[in-house]
Design a protein around this ligand. Structure first.
Ligand code: ARG
Length: 476
């Protein structure tokens, strides 16, 4: 960011010069440069400029419509703002630290550009309602973008699940092999998580999309403004009903940060599985070279850094939520300068979530699935123990007794150093007379998966149906 800090030295210690600030009227001394450094938000809030300018344009239009300023004045203000938009977008605008924030930088540039008439823009407005407006407009865009990226990730997941429809893998609990599942079924669990994340954002959007502008500093204004018109111009669904709430509430931002944190919980779990699956111990997948990095000392290494960093970045996104909650706690109404500290956590979470989702999608789309290794792991000797118990249940034995019988069978097999499949029929019949030679089919991995046809279960028929539904949903 280009910054001009010439005022710094001038104002450093003993100041007698009158303040040169837009708010300088009642001040007889200039601000200490220490204070300027300490209170400025322009180093990071400059990025709100497109929203600040769009909000100001709508405000100026409304002021003219309400005859608070003339049509001519409004037009001059709007064309000045349009030029400033271009200046900032092309990097030509010099931001000034002593002007604190993006709002005063733009306003002061406007006055320098079009003269004192520029000073009419801030009629019936305060930076307090202005900044609340800017953040809400910024968050609207971020929500739309994050929802889009979640969609993209869901598309990648469905695609991968479809390409690997009959790949079987061990399902885990406690990271111990539990029951065989389809790899596609495992993947679609993430689809559902990301779907709820999208819903959370949609819900959050409703509360973000309420216009705070017109609240003034805190109490409203004596001028005949039309807030509904501004809401329409800026495509807000409604206006904040209480001026004090409008300028002091940030719960919509907390909700956004919370939705981001939840997204990262899901991302980090997927990332962790990718780390595990790509290890030599699992060997279930290979992450493409383009999405891995090497070691500076161990030539053989190919590390899943992208997945690890995705997992790691979860921490800062949680931190941002905690930071904002802590910031807001116990603040008296209405606006307090503390609230300026809301921006960096918001920007950081939005940036982190968008970059993480983009890279995760791209990485996941390019993995190689080692179906034979997965399948082999799913053939683990005891993984269909539950199926053996269910077999006995189908023959009429109460489940608790069946559980006991199978437990003993597992023990026998462990003593013999074999799996359940390798126990002989006579060994089985010693344990229960209900067991016949159809038991071997019943405890095969195929049967285990194929039989899990209960709604939401891992059966291939279920996966096929669900994939068809999701592919249709993704077309919308
Ligand atoms: N930069 C300030 C913020 O982000 C704008 C509002 C300043 N208002 C005030 N009364 N000083 O919160």
């Amino acid at each position: 960011m280009a910054r001009k800090t010439t005022a710094k030295k001038r104002h450093s210690t003993k100041q007698t010069a009158k303040s040169s600030k837009p708010w300088g009227g009642r001040f007889t001394e200039a601000t200490s440069s220490l204070v300027e450094e300490f209170t400025a938000s322009i180093p990071y809030d400059w990025r709100l400029y497109p929203y600040d300018i769009a909000g100001s344009m709508a405000h100026a239009m409304m002021l003219a419509k309400q005859r608070i300023i003339s049509e001519r004045e409004s037009r001059r203000i709007i064309s000045g703002l349009r030029e400033i938009l271009k200046e900032i977008a092309t990097g030509k605008m010099q931001f000034q630290l002593e002007l604190e924030d993006i709002h005063m930088n733009i306003e002061s540039r406007l006055i320098r550009k079009i003269g004192p008439v520029g000073g009419k823009l801030h009629t019936a407005r305060s930076r307090n309602d202005q900044v609340a407006l800017d953040i809400r407009m910024y968050l609207r865009d971020e929500i739309v973008e994050i929802r889009r990226l979640l969609r993209e990730l869901q598309r990648t997941i469905v695609d991968l699940a479809e390409r690997n429809q009959d790949t079987v893998m061990p399902g885990y609990t406690h990271l111990q092999r539990a029951q065989p599942v389809l790899f596609g079924h495992h993947l679609l669990a993430y689809y559902e998580m990301f779907e709820r994340d999208r819903e959370r954002l949609t819900d959050c959007f409703k509360r973000v999309n309420i216009l705070p502008l017109g609240a003034g500093a805190l109490a409203g204004t004596v001028l005949p403004i039309d807030r509904k018109l501004v809401a329409e111009l800026l495509r807000f669904d409604g206006i904040a009903e209480n001026s004090m709430d409008a300028v002091s509430d940030r719960d919509f931002a907390v909700e956004f940060l919370s939705a981001c944190a939840q997204i990262m919980v899901h991302v980090s779990r997927l990332a962790e599985e990718m780390v595990l699956w790509s290890s030599s111990e699992f060997g279930f997948i290979t992450i493409s070279d383009a999405f891995t990095t090497g070691s500076s000392i161990m030539p053989q290494k190919k590390n899943p850094d992208v997945a690890e960093l995705s997992r790691g970045k979860t921490g800062r996104v949680f931190g941002n939520l905690t930071a904002l909650l802590t910031l807001l706690k116990g603040l008296p109404l209405a606006y307090n300068r503390d609230m300026q500290e809301d921006k960096e956590p918001l920007f950081d979470s939005a940036d982190t979530v968008t970059s993480t989702l983009s890279v995760m999608s791209a990485m996941l789309g390019g993995i190689t699935v080692h179906r034979d290794t997965m399948r082999h792991a799913a053939e683990d000797g005891f993984i269909t123990a539950t199926d053996l118990a269910d077999y006995l249940v189908r023959k009429g034995l109460p489940f608790r007794q069946a559980h006991e019988v199978v437990g003993t069978a597992v023990l026998r097999a462990l003593e013999k150093g074999c799996g359940l499949k390798e126990l002989s029929l006579s060994e089985y019949r010693e344990l229960s007379k209900l067991i016949g030679k159809d038991v071997y089919q019943a405890i095969s991995v195929e049967a285990s998966v194929n039989r899990r046809t209960s709604a939401g279960g891992t059966a291939p028929a279920n996966l096929k149906k669900r994939l068809a539904v999701l592919k249709k949903a993704l077309k919308k």
